[in-house]
Design a protein around this ligand. Sequence first.
Ligand code: Z5A
Length: 218
Amino acid sequence: MSKKTPWISIEGVDGAGKSSHAETIVNFLKDEGYDVVSTREPGGTELGERLREEILRTDMALSTEVLLSFASRAEHLDKVIRPALSEGRAVVCDRFTDSTYAYQGGGKGYPLSSLLALETMVHGGENPDLTLIFDLPPVESLRRLGGTGKDPDKFERQDRKFFEDVRAEYLSRAQNDPGRIRIVSSEPPLPEVKENVLVELRAFMARFKNDNKSSFKI
Ligand code: Z5A
């Protein structure tokens, strides 16, 4: 039997600290002995990166935005995620389907039942083994983003109410799927958040090895 390898996604409102902690997660998995593929959504493939530019920069109908997000995801699963996992590599994905529920569902009001139908079509039962949501009140995330000097994309130009709705949807998903989704508060200083990330990763890895005991036998 081939060894099952972990797939971790990271989520959160803009500026909540995903990028700041992605490296910690990758290094943790490397220390556990895995080859790690680090990837992102929208994007992760050549076509996905082209779709990303459209999704982030072009004004479009909400259903178009949803369909392009899932199109990027279909390509990503087919070309990057499934091959990596089946070759025994671990995957760290900066955003995945929880983002679509949070931004297009919670933030923009696209029906969650339609998102579920698309999720079922595009990735069936496949989901990350662990999702870390970096949680931060929007007032603070907007303050942090204001300090980056980056040209804001169309999501970053949304108002505080939008980010509050995005955050609420993330928190609701975490409550409904506590086995997969863990919340990490991004309010404390970076070193403290990093330590909390490591606590979550150690607990996850112990569960993951236990749940997949048979594939860890040599
Ligand atoms: N999107 C969507 O709508 N639907 C979908 O299905 C998918 C995505 C998949 C791009 O995502 C957009 O795509 C996203 C949703 C949409 N909305 N936007 N914009 P992205 O992940 O590429 O972009 P982002 O969310 O804006 O990520 P980011 O700018 O890289 O932010 P971050 O990774 O969460 O934060 P950071 O760069 O690590 O930190 C931001 C700043 O805060 C930085 O200066 C840090 O040094 C600082 N920071 C971080 N943590 C701390 C702490 N603890 N204390 C103090 N300062 C901190």
